[in-house]
Write a protein of this length. Sequence first.
Lengths: 112, 432
Amino acid sequence: MKLVMAIIKPAKLEAVREALVDAGITGLTSSEVSGFGRQKGHTEIYRGAEYAISFVPKTKVEVAVPDAQVDTAIEAIKTAANSGNIGDGKIFVLELGTAVRIRTGESGEEAL
Amino acid sequence: MRTSMKILSLFGLATAALFAADPVLAQDAKPKLDSGDTAWMLTSTVIVLMMTIPGVALFYAGMVRKKNVLATLMQSFAITCLVTIIWMVAGYSLAFSNGGNAYVGNLDLAFLNHVTVGAINGTIPDTVFIIFQATFAIITAALITGAVAERMKFSALLWFIGIWSLVVYSPITFWVWGGGFLGSDGVLDFAGGTVVHINSGIAALVAAIMLGKRKGFGVENLAPHNVGLTMIGGSLLWVGWFGFNAGSAVSAGGGAGMAMAVTQIAAAAAGLAWMIVEWMHHKKPTLLGVVSGAVAGLVAITPASGFVGPMGALFIGLIAGVICYWGAAFLKPKLGYDDSLDVFAVHGLGGITGAILTGVFAVEAIGGTAGALEGNIGQIGTQIYGIIATIVWSGVASAVILFVIDKVIGLRVDADAEAEGLDLNQHGEMLH
């Protein structure tokens, strides 16, 4: 099992959700995060005073998938979240030890 | 039919003649209460109060960081309470009693003991005039808080405002409107360009310098947390300003109407001017900019609002919008003081601009005094004289009061408190 974690533009969340559902992924977790990459934040100007905003608002999407579905999930996110501009985000893939469905006690890939 | 109409019209003429005789009689009689004037002044008083709570409170609260929002709102609200009581105790008396000199009133009207239900001031009840003027004393003090935002100790602020109201606000009001030397020397200030705006702007500049910069000024991100609140506050200011300027006619007539017209025009012109200059300079027109510009225009038209016409208002607005933007975006960074919410740039520079331009654009047929454009070039000098007198007294007295308070209890919260935020540290409350 793998945990696919994607940092995307907040406005792309809905498109990513749809693409993952179409690819057969049954669940995901999203959270509001902020950070910076090569984009290096942006500048805000108030009455002529410029402030560098280093931490840009982003959305983090986390999906736990069986090994067989990893490439499909990555492809779905990559396509849906791409606008071609800087700041589109990144995808990270991590090893996942186990998963447990709390209601039934099922574990491993059965719990996904 | 014809005959009866003739008789009727004859009767009408006779009645008209009778009534026409009345004003002649009235001149000898005591001034009479006018219900129209009174209704307008009751209304004006209420909306000028609204300019401070919640107008100034929100205008400023939107521009601070989230940890200082409640403290900023609190300052305007507590000042409203404090200055009202000071006004009742002695402030009104020092500003509007006949002290027998040109500089300050006496304590004859202290505690408003003289007030009766039937007392008349002009054509309105004395009580209405007193509270109308109280709302001016309140907003002048509240405006200063923008300069000391995010770092002044609440107790020190209350001490400062309390003493300042009596030592600075009341005397300057007396100079201009209470029978003092600026009014009698011909300085034109219809609704408070010197009394309210130059006065608060200078006190604010002095306070910002004496208090020192906020921690992280020029380094950390001190961006406004919610410009939307500032827009709501600025809009309440704009609406309330009709009470401020048109109310300063102290009657519900043509003078109030003209003041309303020029107020609207100047605010709009200055809002556009600031927006466009900023657009050219930073490539984007900002909400904070257009709102700030409108307020700057309202400030600048304040002294002129009973003396100029629509064209004068248009130019005053356009000029003030550009000058005040320059003050906030260029002058402040160049000189390096942290007037946090630009009280000096908007109210100080806006007030000075308006006071001088009143001397340029005044129309004799409107307010009884001609300006430079009608050949009375000396009026500009008179206006500058009023400006200098206000700057000197407000600047010097504010500095002395702040110096003493700093020695006794300290003006600033300590560095940890500033980092934590005034909401939690000074008031034990959090926004959310």
